[in-house]
Design a protein around this ligand. Structure first.
Ligand SMILES: Nc1ncnc2c1ncn2[C@@H]1O[C@H](COP(=O)(O)OP(=O)(O)O)[C@@H](O)[C@H]1O
Ligand SMILES: [Mg+2]
Length: 343
């Protein structure tokens, strides 16, 4: 069957009621990840910390290769077995990094769930959409298959997939890109997780579908009281979706703040560069590729500020030591010696 054309956004169905108390705070302290490729050690994440309350959205913004996906996969326990993960990750007070694999897989989907950039990495080509969503519900909530299939249909309705009942029996390849993305969101939300990790969930889609999916995620998040970590390389998308933004560079948060602060008053030269490379400071669809130079090789990180080689303000001390994290008004942080001088 040919993929269906994208349907216009439909009338919103009644809100999904969260069926248990929500209150899971996600806490990261100094998360580090080392990955291995051939003989080299890749310093993919180099001390990431944040706290995310229920209902909040944090956007992680950064160029390709800055460690965004690795950060999310570390939270989900989805890194290759050779990866070394350090620091502390707590969800509702429970430490995740030292959980046995089986216990973590029970949490996945139910308490913390991920939407991937590429739907086919989450959807199984050999099962129908309905079977996949229902299976997750049966596994986590012990519903009967029939009740789970009913819930699966409701989830497809919630992500505004037209003819949801009929769509249950579609295979992923029978859907358009936008519908597959919606189906993956339905799968990720099927067990009403406390925390949703959304890894560039709209990058592969055309602009009108992107906007629909962003609005949808925002609305579902508010209905469910979920916390969300949203990853993007698009400043316009970040401004649209988030309360707080963290700008990531070479595995670190180099600047954090409210979306408004980051856009109106960037303090880190990298953030400022991202903004000026985005025409008019944040139009959707503009990419961040325009800063001269290239991100550092994470297999050969030097001492000091990782942005120094591309920074027009860099001084000797930037290359000598790690820049301190300076607290800005409103509680955000900036890692730059120049910010330290003006704080
Ligand atoms: N499975 C892996 N094995 C080795 N290196 C990896 C693996 N996955 C990602 N990396 C490396 O980790 C760094 C960060 O990657 P990633 O988090 O995917 O970046 P982003 O999502 O910000 O584009 C990159 O240098 C990438 O090549
Ligand atoms: Mg990525």
């Amino acid at each position: 069957m040919a993929p269906m054309p994208e349907a216009p956004i439909m009338e919103a169905p009644a809100p999904i009621a969260p069926d248990r108390d929500r209150g899971a705070t996600l806490e990261l302290q100094n998360l580090t990840v080392r990955l291995y490729r051939h003989d080299s050690e890749i310093a993919a994440v180099n001390g990431v910390s944040f706290t995310l309350a229920p209902g909040e959205t944090l956007t992680i913004l950064g160029e390709s290769g800055s460690g965004k996906s690795v950060t999310l996969k570390a939270l989900m326990g989805l890194l290759p077995p050779r990866a070394r993960v350090g620091g502390v990750v707590r969800l509702a007070g429970q430490s995740l990094l030292d959980l046995p694999r089986a216990a973590l897989s029970r949490l996945r989907g139910r308490r913390i769930s991920m939407v991937f950039q590429e739907p086919m990495s989450a959807l199984d080509p050999v099962y129908t959409i309905g079977t996949q969503i229902a299976e997750a519900i049966v596994r986590h909530e012990g519903l009967s298959r029939r009740a789970a299939m009913q819930r699966a249909q409701e989830m497809l309705e919630h992500v505004r997939i037209p003819s949801a009942r009929r769509r249950l029996s579609n295979y992923p390849h029978e859907m358009s890109g936008g519908m597959r993305q919606r189906a993956m969101i339905a799968l990720a939300l099927a067990c009403k997780p406390d925390v949703l990790l959304a890894d560039e969930p709209t990058t592969a889609l055309d602009v009108t579908v992107q906007i629909q999916i962003l609005l949808l995620l925002r609305q579902l998040q508010q209905e469910l009281g979920m916390a969300m970590v949203f990853v993007t390389h698009d400043m316009g998308v970040a401004a649209e979706i988030s309360d707080r933004v963290a700008v990531m560079y070479a595995g670190r948060f180099v600047e954090t703040g409210t979306a408004r602060q980051i856009i109106r008053d960037p303090r880190h030269p990298y953030t400022a560069g991202l903004l000026s490379s985005t025409v008019h400071g944040g139009r959707r669809g503009d990419s961040l590729e325009a800063i001269p130079g290239a991100p550092p090789d994470l297999a050969a990180l030097q001492r000091g500020c990782a942005f120094a080689p591309r920074c027009r303000w860099a001084e000797a001390r930037c290359r000598a030591t790690d820049p301190p994290a300076v607290v800005r008004d409103g509680g955000g942080l900036v890692r730059c010696v120049r910010a330290a001088a003006t704080a």
